[in-house]
Design a protein around this ligand. Structure first.
Ligand SMILES: Cc1cc2nc3c(=O)[nH]c(=O)nc-3n(C[C@H](O)[C@H](O)[C@H](O)COP(=O)(O)OP(=O)(O)OC[C@H]3O[C@@H](n4cnc5c(N)ncnc54)[C@H](O)[C@@H]3O)c2cc1C
Length: 452
């Protein structure tokens, strides 16, 4: 049975107008081929949507048919090192169900709203512990999907090349309805923070990246600070669960967003804004002072849910990845870029820039770390005026400096950025997409523009 959803969304979380003609919510898998087989009743493009939290128009309805996978919300099986779930299950539901069984995914995102279907087919890079496992899709061992012709297929990691393409397919090659993901026993993770000036960070960079564990950076380009967050599996942890996570929670959930969402809206004069910004760092440092000995947590404890309506998140960002080897140089150039931009346009991002180290991972075609270890840069904002313009210039900076973007988390992307970053991989995907979907049942204007 197909439910028509009333009040089709006119805008995604970024406020971009996109207007599909129909939004459907199929309740049975066999409804999907039925929709695809009737282009007159259900016009193209047919775009699957999971949680609708992407930062770009990758879902983009374009006068066509959006297929909401929300009714496919069952976790089907926990078995043999894997969990099998329907595409509409949210990560928060899945991760909590695993935790009850003493299990976890090899990677856990900080946001719980992501759908399992999107995990399978989009780029969700995460601070990584080891080579070959630097994005959520690499945890996917099998997916079941409906092709543009309405055919049901199952693809497992035994078909390596095919699953590598599907893990980067953004609903352009098929609508995924079921996914299997690898799981492991729950492991405690020790988290510690170190604060550096940019110069100190550069001087210690080689030992920072060669140390064990996953790395997340919090960069303040205007006040000369980099905070290095290191997550190390802790086999000996005797974890007292209550209270321990509050330290980081208070930083991630209260301190940063509180400043991020209030500063831009309330303070208009740049001078005043700058004064408050350094307060963010004082607050951050004070919070971290308490955690200088390191805290021990389980990964599911760092997951948080954004507001149920994506546009209420009041937080936005963009993401590019850069080669790990040159990152200190790149960071110095980024700081110079941010300061020059501020001097010229009186705009600066008033939330710290996040970054994650990604180990080399070739498990999906558009993996940001396909060619080697990378570090991301994620300028962030509460969605204040000036951020979109900043991103246009930042994209030029990032592309010129050899950056790799994503299709769901990099805003204001242009075809030349895609061609430069992905080259032959982009041409290969475009040709494959054209062959498998010659009538463009799934393709919307966003991807038509980027791939031709
Ligand atoms: C405020 C905010 C903070 C965020 N923070 C983080 C973060 O910390 N870490 C992180 O990893 N991400 C983060 N994200 C990004 C976000 O999690 C992902 O970009 C996105 O949400 C993916 O999940 P979704 O279910 O919302 O995908 P959607 O936006 O619904 O879809 C993404 C793409 O996948 C396709 N798709 C969806 N479901 C299917 C399916 N069943 N079959 C085939 N194709 C499908 C869609 O057509 C679209 O092209 C954040 C987003 C926001 C808005």
């Amino acid at each position: 049975m197909v439910q028509k959803v009333k009040g089709s969304p006119a805008a995604d979380n970024s406020g971009i107008y996109r207007r599909p003609r129909l939004v459907l919510r199929p309740t049975r898998v066999e409804d999907i081929p039925a929709i695809l087989g009737k282009p007159k009743a259900y016009p193209s493009p047919v775009r699957p949507v999971g949680a609708d939290y992407s930062q770009t128009r990758c879902v983009g309805g374009d006068g066509g048919t959006v297929v909401n996978t929300g009714a496919f919300d069952k976790i089907l099986e926990f078995d043999d090192g894997c969990v099998r779930a329907q595409a509409g299950v949210r990560m928060s539901t899945l991760v909590r169900a695993l935790e009850e069984r003493g299990l976890e995914l090899p990677l856990t995102p900080e946001i719980g709203n992501i759908s399992v279907g999107a995990v399978a087919v989009t780029t969700l890079p995460q601070a990584s512990y080891q080579e070959g496992l630097a994005q959520m899709a690499s945890c996917v061992t099998e997916m079941k999907l409906i092709t543009p012709q309405g055919k049901q297929i199952t693809v497992s990691e035994r078909e390596r090349d095919l699953i590598r393409v599907l893990r980067s397919s953004y609903g352009l090659l098929g609508i995924v309805h079921e996914v299997s993901l690898r799981v492991q026993p729950l492991k405690a993770v020790k988290i510690d923070y170190r604060n550096y000036s940019l110069a100190e960070f550069g001087a210690r960079y080689a030992s920072i990246v060669s140390g064990p564990g996953a790395l997340r950076l919090h960069i303040a380009p205007y006040s000369d600070r980099v905070t290095v967050e290191r997550r190390t599996p802790d086999d000996e942890a005797n974890v007292s669960r209550s209270g321990i996570w509050q330290i980081r929670n208070s930083m991630m959930r209260n301190v940063l967003p509180a400043f991020g969402t209030s500063v831009g809206g309330v303070l208009a004069t740049p001078g005043l804004r700058n004064a408050v910004l350094s307060g963010v760092h004082r607050a951050l440092n004070a919070t971290q002072g308490r955690s200088s000995r390191g805290v021990v947590v389980y990964a599911h404890e760092w997951m948080r849910d954004l507001p149920t309506e994506p546009w209420k998140a009041r937080y936005t960002y963009s993401l590019w990845a850069f080669p790990q080897a040159d990152f200190p140089k790149l960071l110095a150039a980024y700081v110079a870029f941010c300061r020059a931009y501020y001097k010229q346009y009186k705009y600066r991002c008033n939330v710290v820039t996040g970054a994650s180290r990604l180990h080399r991972d070739r498990n999906s075609l558009f993996s940001p770390s396909y060619t080697g270890n990378m570090v991301t840069l994620e300028p962030s904002s509460p969605g204040d005026q000036g951020f979109e313009d900043f991103l246009i210039d930042f994209n030029e900076f990032a592309s010129t400096h050899g950056g790799t973007p994503t299709f769901n988390q990099t805003r204001a992307l242009r075809p030349e950025h895609v061609a430069k970053a992905f080259g032959e991989r982009a041409r290969l995907f475009a040709a494959l997409r054209q062959r498998t979907d010659p009538v463009n049942r799934f393709r919307n204007s966003y991807f038509a523009n980027l791939f031709g």
